[in-house]
Design a protein around this ligand. Structure first.
Ligand code: DGJ
Length: 720
């Protein structure tokens, strides 16, 4: 709901309100838990100092007005000056803007548009606030339009500048590296700035764009609908204000805005909640309803088997078909042929760009796919379209397609270079190549990989300061055309694991490979960190071999499944090596997953415990009608002699009576109790026999897990 009442502008969602005032300047007066009205709003205004100065909660900060902090918008004019004086002009309720070339949220028709003008230069700044009532999210789209006669260089232009009263906040970020993505870090925001940013061209495993600003009782979650270099920072100061800023990273950014042109910043989203939990729940709703789109939006995702960790590059047609046969027998629905099927790809040193069948190895990809389909499976394929190997036909024919700088030896990562997707000709090549592959093997699923950082950025027709962003525009243009051309294909985005897990990619591809680290112990941390911002239907999670390929930890098949069922389930090992007992166990797991798939993928998700530092952690996901739920509890360590480890559930229907049971490895269930949701949400429960029942005889560094199922037996009559 958007309202304009004189100089006051109100945004309301089901549980939150925002009040902005525009009067010469524009400022936030309130953002938090929903209030019934704004009587007394004049009291929310900032104090006027003895010298007449005021320090309001700003919607942006600009250069040249005596501001002591870094501007969120900064430009250089043709005369070499930097100062602007954007003044508030007016507010209107308008149709939501279309962000040229950028992914954005959908599902709301109107925005509150606030216009600001720098009169001397005729540079116009517009902020479009949209309220997504059902998910308690507010988004901002920011634009800069050059109404003057000379070009203007945009040096930084944040998408969102949120400011709140108080300097008692902490800043939480989700950081890591390859195979250890999105580990939560929280630090108090004392004086000064704390940054969370990417400099490598993609949103990165190092610092996810999702961040939290929190204190007891108030938490603000912010994310950016963008997959490139981003920067968030939080800052508290002596004026008792804290700000949270997100947008394109100004690093190597210098965008020339010609007269009449508009620059569109990526859309940013903010969510308020009283706790981290509430923010996560609202973010999940926002992502599920307003980011993920297309055929697969609310559709149950297939259980897949992928050959990568089972074979790496070393496979034959026979091997692939044998794995697929086992997959079909176990009840999987999709087989994915990973890296190694094209060009002469027997290692990662060659062939990227040659997206033609490696027939000597596959025995003919078309017929291989047909044979897989004849087993009752859908066929999916891996591709890494943004890359080029120097040892490839494509490079020999079109060395100019590669991203590199003349007379410089390019940086190679995993032996490969990137394609210069800024060039429309290269975009056209990628679109055609991917289309051909999908058509050739009638793929029902595509895993879109991206395995390096962006370096050696150069395009002869592009200003250097525009390269990173123009790359993203080129990528989005190719992907959006492909998604439109192949609306039935399920795309999973991947970047050396989870290095591009962001809202930009999720606008096109409904799921993301969460991490190359498939160890159950490590995955509890990675998945729980990821789930702060992203729902379980977006997280690819596979059961792989034990000992784990990345860590050497070994775990029971049961534990590996219990952890992987917290996302979109797959298996990724050489299933031909599994014995009958293991195959039976996998068959039972897949049957269980299918039965509870709608709740596992689309239920309301709550994190339990603390995966990073706690004695136990886990999740519970609850059907939207409250009728059933599945919870997995993971205990990282057996402390011999210590008793009474206790766990707590959350989110169950307080008035409903549930029967609770837990699942054994063979698929049978052990009844635990019947209890009302109220008790299950508040009590501290014993994990009876967890350690003695987990078979860890051949495990090293095992994780102890238990999967609970809750089924509603009846609803308690409410007292009249
Ligand atoms: C990195 C991905 O994350 C893996 O799952 C796998 O697809 C490899 N690339 C293949 O090269």
């Amino acid at each position: 709901m958007l309202k304009i009442k004189g100089n006051y502008f109100i945004l309301e969602t089901n549980h939150t309100s925002m009040l902005i005032k525009g009067d010469g300047r524009a400022e936030y007066l309130y953002y938090g838990e929903r209030v019934p009205d704004f009587s007394g709003a004049e009291w929310l205004s900032p104090e006027v100092y003895w010298d007449g100065a005021v320090h309001p909660l700003s919607l942006f900060l600009q250069a040249g007005r005596g501001e002591a902090r870094e501007p969120s918008v900064s430009v250089r004019f043709a005369d070499g000056s930097y100062a602007t004086d954007f003044r508030f002009v007016r507010a209107r309720i308008v149709p939501r803007p279309v962000l040229e070339g950028l992914p954005s949220a959908y599902g709301e028709a109107k925005s509150l548009k606030l216009e600001f003008l720098d009169e001397p230069s005729r540079l116009k700044l517009c902020l479009y606030y949209t309220a997504f009532a059902d998910s308690d999210a507010i988004t901002v789209c920011a634009t800069l339009t050059n109404g003057g006669k000379k070009p203007v260089s945009v040096l930084s232009f944040a998408s969102l500048h949120l400011e709140v009263w108080g300097n008692d906040f902490s800043f939480t970020t989700f950081d890591g590296a390859w195979a250890s993505e999105r580990r939560r870090h929280t630090r108090p925001l004392e004086c000064g700035k704390c940054e969370n940013a990417s400099y490598i061209g993609s949103s990165s495993a190092f610092h996810n764009p999702f961040v939290l600003l929190g204190r007891k009782g108030d938490v603000y979650g912010v994310n950016l609908i963008y997959s490139g270099n981003h920067r968030e920072f939080a800052e508290s100061d002596a004026t008792r204000r804290t700000r949270l800023v997100t947008g394109i990273n100004p690093y190597q950014f210098d965008w020339e805005l010609a007269p009449g042109e508009t620059f569109f910043a990526p859309e940013a989203v903010m969510v308020y909640g009283k706790t981290d939990e509430e923010v996560s729940e609202r973010m999940h709703e926002f992502v599920s309803r307003h980011i993920v789109r297309g055929k697969w939006k609310d559709r149950e995702r297939p259980v897949l088997v992928n050959n990568w960790e089972g074979t790496y590059f070393n496979f034959t047609r026979e091997k692939i078909l044998n794995i697929a046969r086992k997959a079909a027998e176990a009840g999987a629905e999709l087989f994915v042929l990973d890296d190694g099927w094209f060009g002469k790809r027997d290692s990662d040193t060659c062939s990227l760009g040659d997206w033609t069948d490696y027939a000597e190895k596959t025995g003919g990809l078309e017929s291989l796919a047909d044979e897989v389909r004849a087993m009752g499976l859908k066929f999916g394929i891996w591709i890494e379209p943004e890359m080029i190997s120097e040892d490839s036909e494509l490079y020999r024919k079109h060395p100019e397609y590669a991203m590199k700088i003349a007379r410089r030896d390019p940086q190679r990562m995993r032996h490969q270079l990137m394609l210069n997707l800024v060039d429309p000709q290269v975009q056209g090549y990628v679109f055609r190549a991917v289309s051909r592959v999908i058509t050739m093997c009638k793929a029902a699923y595509v895993k879109w990989d991206y395995n390096r950082y962006m370096t050696d950025c150069f395009d002869r027709n592009t200003r250097g300061g525009e390269y990173f962003h123009r790359y993203m525009l080129g990528l989005y243009s190719v992907i959006s055309r492909l998604v439109e051309r192949f609306p039935n294909v399920l795309f999973e985005s991947c970047a050396g694991g989870g290095s591009r897990f962001d809202l930009g990619m999720l606008c096109f591809m409904p799921q993301t490979w969460t991490s190359d680290n498939t160890d159950a112990r490590e995955r509890t941390v990675i998945q729980s960190g990821t789930a702060y911002a992203y729902p379980q239907s977006t997280m690819g999670a596979h059961v792989t071999a034990s000992p784990n390929e990345q860590t050497g930890n070994s775990n029971s098949l049961q534990t590996r499944f219990n952890v992987a069922c917290g996302g979109v389930l797959g298996y990724e090992s050489d299933l031909t090596k599994a014995d009958e007992a293991e195959l039976d166990e996998i068959r039972a797991q897949i049957a269980f997953y299918k039965k509870y798939r709608s709740v596992l993928q689309f239920g309301v998700y709550h994190r339990l415990g603390d995966a990073l530092n706690g004695e136990w952690s886990g999740f519970i996901t609850i059907a939207r009608d409250g009728s059933k739920a599945v919870s997995v509890i993971a205990v990282p360590e057996k402390r011999t002699g210590e008793l009474n480890l206790r766990v707590k559930f959350a989110g169950l229907d307080e008035n409903a009576l549930y029967s609770v049971k837990y699942r054994r490895a063979d698929g049978s269930f052990v009844p635990v109790c019947q209890a009302h949701g109220a008790m299950l949400n508040r009590g501290s429960f014993a994990l009876q026999n967890l350690f003695s029942e987990t078979d860890v005889r051949s495990c090293s560094n095992p994780l102890y897990t238990r999967l609970f199922v809750f089924e509603k037996v009846s609803a308690r009559k409410k007292r009249s």
